[in-house]
Design a protein around this ligand. Sequence first.
Ligand SMILES: C[S@@+](CC[C@H](N)C(=O)[O-])C[C@H]1O[C@@H](n2cnc3c(N)ncnc32)[C@H](O)[C@@H]1O
Length: 247
Amino acid sequence: MALYDRIGRSYRRTRVPDPRIAAAIRHALGDVGSVVNIGAGAGAYEPPETVLAVEPSRVMIDQRPAGAAPAVAAVAEALPLPDDAVDAALAVLTVHHWSDVAAGVAELRRVARRRAVFFTWWPDRVTDFWLLRDYLPAAAETDARLAGRIEELTRLLGADAKIRPVPVPHDCVDGFAAAFWRRPEAYLDPEVRAGMSVFATTDPAALADGLRRLEADVRSGAWHRAHPDLVHADSLDVGYCTVAVDL
Ligand SMILES: C[S@@+](CC[C@H](N)C(=O)[O-])C[C@H]1O[C@@H](n2cnc3c(N)ncnc32)[C@H](O)[C@@H]1O
């Protein structure tokens, strides 16, 4: 079963595209006429130029809105498109799930003529994120495992890749893993955590103690006292970035 057939059921309740992140992705894509959206999920951040969405999970495909681009159940490692079929390939928060990043990159280079754009995270910065560092080391281990694929991606793209940090706004509406950096109470909600693969793929028993400590610190005000810098910040660089490469 595809991972997101299991963990993706409430995706559209907690994973609403954030307009500021959409603008960063749009900027990285630039002026392109046709796009394949790889790991497209329910269609978040999918530009109107999209001609095909590639997504292995039927549960995710079923959550795509009416009128979205046609979707096919397939994987990045074997794109169902002929050579040079589109201007650009887009991959949003998905590379860390690919089983073979080198094959995925070779495939997107084969099908896209002009540009590839990824929205992902920069592993070093995330290990600094207070939630994983101070409360949930088991989730930090999961994150480190997933991050190997992103390091491989940047190695494969080489020096030509343009990496731009995308600071996460304090009121980010897309509930990805670090979205609630200024709203710690959100991480206590199981439905919020269920939309984040780093938690959904970590043994819940290994998270229980840290979540109890977080709840106590939020209730007592200890979390807020420990993070005066965060409480007044508007956005935070937690490692998220666009990676763009001209093909
Ligand atoms: C975090 S979701 C992101 C979905 C969407 N791009 C978004 O931003 O909302 C990751 C998606 O990658 C998909 N995925 C997992 N393995 C994949 C693979 N090998 N090739 C393409 N997509 C994959 C999952 O099924 C899931 O829908």
